[in-house]
Design a protein. Sequence first.
Length: 314
Amino acid sequence: MCRLEHKKPSESSPTQQGWTLIELLVVVAVVMMLIGLRFSAYASEKPKSKGFQCLNNLRQLSLAWLMYAEDNREYFLYSSDDGSGTTPYLPNPQMHGNAGNNYAWTWSKMDFRTSNPYDWDINADMVLRPLWRYDKNANIYKCPGDTSVIVSNGVALPRVRSYSMNFYLGGYGGNASPGYEPNIQFPFYTRLTDLADSVRSPGAANTFLFIEERQDCINWGDFLTDMTGYPGTNRPAIPGAYRWNLDMPGASHDRAGGISFCDGHAEIHKWVEGTTTPPVASGTLTGGKGSGSLFPAPYSRDVAWLQNATARPH
């Protein structure tokens, strides 16, 4: 008779053997390394995500601006009011034909005074302007890279606007300001059809609309590109005369800043000159770049690039 014997499983069987301490430590180390890499990638993506959000803000602002123009016989909203606090009648009928300040995209005058509600209260200006009806989202007015705040009664209140509009898009409530602007030989545009003329303007796809402005410099709703040194019909370019005048672009995205154009597209533009991206000043505008001074930037490629995206001479 055959006797069936049950064999005990071998103690060294690989299917039954548990992990050794060294193997567990190796696995834990690999997992921790992967987690570390993921967090590093996430940290490196954060500035990019702010740039993407800034781009989205600019696209939405530009779309609202374009929708307004489409609803109003291609007349668009102006870069700024005239500072009078009133709605003066415009004698020129081709510019809406009535109160020019009513057609400014903003009346806000940004500074660092806690008594100025324009700085921290969206209801003081943005919700009152015509653009608000086309996109009722206060977040699109503020770049996520803008860290400026107003401290009132010990509470830090974030400022509400980071973007300004090309001055030559409507000027001050539909008017220029003779005697103040250094380059009055350049036109200001009031209608989308003005931008279709590639001789009189850079063209809609190449004329900047909104720009991220330095938080220690932003003030009125317009961004005045100083056109000093730009070539004209009977004059050559003078690169040595390039300068910034009151307004300077923001660079909160790794020395780059958001900018949109009159056809609705936007980009994060890299600034290449040190004169464009000095450290942001702390405190008030009177101690920062918006002190009312001129900032020489001879031979600046950034000035040349922005001038070319701003306007053309008459």
